[in-house]
Write a new protein. Sequence first.
Length: 574
Amino acid sequence: MKANLVLKNAAVYTVDSDLSWAQAIAIADRKILFVGSNTDVEAYIGPDTTVIDLDGKMVLPAFVDSHMHPAQSAHIYQYGLGLFDVTGEDQIQAYLNAVRQYAAKNSDAPWIVGGGYSRSAFDEIGPRKEWLDEIDSVRPIVITSTDGHSMWVNSKALEIANIDKDTPQPQEGVIKHDPKTSEPSGLLQEPGAMNLVAQHIPEPPKEQIKNSLLWLQGWLNAKGITTVHEAMLGIEEHHIIEAYDELAQDGKLTVRYRASWNISPEGDVAAQIDQGKALSKRFTHPHFKAHSFKFFADHVTEEETGLLLEPYAHRDDDWYGIKVWGDDILQDAFSQIDSAGYQIHVHVIGDAAAQYTLDALEFTQDVNGKRDARHSFAHLQLARPKDIKRMGDLGISVHTSPYWMIIDDYFWKLNLPYLGHERAFYQQYPFNSLFKAGVNVTIASDFFVTEPEPLVAIYCGMTRRMPQLVFDRDYGGKSNYRSISDPDAELKPGDLGVLPPLDERASLKDMLVASTLNGAYANFLNEDIGSIEVGKLADLVVLDQNLFEIDIEEIPTTQIEMTFFEGQLVHSTE
Ligand SMILES: [Zn+2]
């Protein structure tokens, strides 16, 4: 049999079980036909074969991003008010200028909806409604923070949601109040508070969602990503669900999606799970399936809503964060999902969240028996060593975001005061420990929390430091920050350096396996993708240099010259 396409003279890192290297790949009908030497690939070259001589460049399996929010994020980037890249010496003023410009440009939009402000730009009360009221007091303004866990709103949005100073605090969230006036200040934290407003925002038209997903996949392909886990699909978000499925059915996707149905502790949990199961059966296209269920065990430490074993250091009221689920309800929900053969995907930030979720997963395994379940945690900022061992024993995946395993602005302004010195400096983001415990570690951007750049994630996982290009982009214009590369340097507050402990750094080999095969495994795709082996789909990236042969500082700026999705060239710098 002859190939459609042959890549030769390459440094092919196959990520097969021996982590072997090859020189050439032959591809026919979307799949890999041959992997081996330049000499042996000749047999697959016929008159119609396209042959690309790669001149020593590196070939890897294409990357998997195991936890992100593609539809929502792409829609904000394409149609909403994006504050993600807005920076300035006066950060708050820079945000307000961007809001003002967007409001003027979109004068006929009934709502101003956006995302991307950083909580670290504001004080503990957060951004204020009055600043937005000055820009527009007639239309509601709703902006989600870049971590997705809070919302900045104006007075009109509060009015539509019927929130005033007497509104009781919701169970799973906080309505922030101005300490001087006792009025709601304009910050809503976590779903219990955010949904009071969010439920009134009109659902975006399906065509807009499709357009933004098509735009996003071009970006993902350019970063070398061809598989994504959509980590929070609402069972009522019909336009989003149908947008994915219709694009898949029409053969338009160059990214394959796996997805998780979001289960809320409010309302009938068993009924939500049944609805998710029924929906799962409807969507069977290889480019869009949803066989997983998403839970939040807690929220985030920067909103004081991540669940900790020891109280938050900056408060004197013994505050541990939010425990989203009661143990019994969580155990019932997990067992119901597991016994039906579906996956469980849990947002876990704090060490106490890890502990009670592991208890529920162990309970599930005890009642249902051990099976190839591939349940998973996402994020994991803090976890005790004995709980990391339990993760390995349970065979779960942890979707990590090495982008965050650094000392940045968040660290100094939020992590350090909230967690205290010991936890902030020495216990955040256990990483190498996960590999050592036998956890299936994967890489995730949590986009829009972080813009997906697998080579940046690989660098951060290996160094626990922000790459220079990210420093220049995000902090370069601000005079009060220094970028420090020496891991032993004494850091002054505000210095952006290496996050200890150093033995939590991972190797290049582990980072590459985590970014490819482990992501495939977590999504039950390891028979199809994740390594370069005969019979698998040809999802590949070509890099302009061999990551094993260059200085580590060059990894983030390495060019992704080509990306192939099922044998089709979907990105090229040529
Ligand atoms: Zn997420």
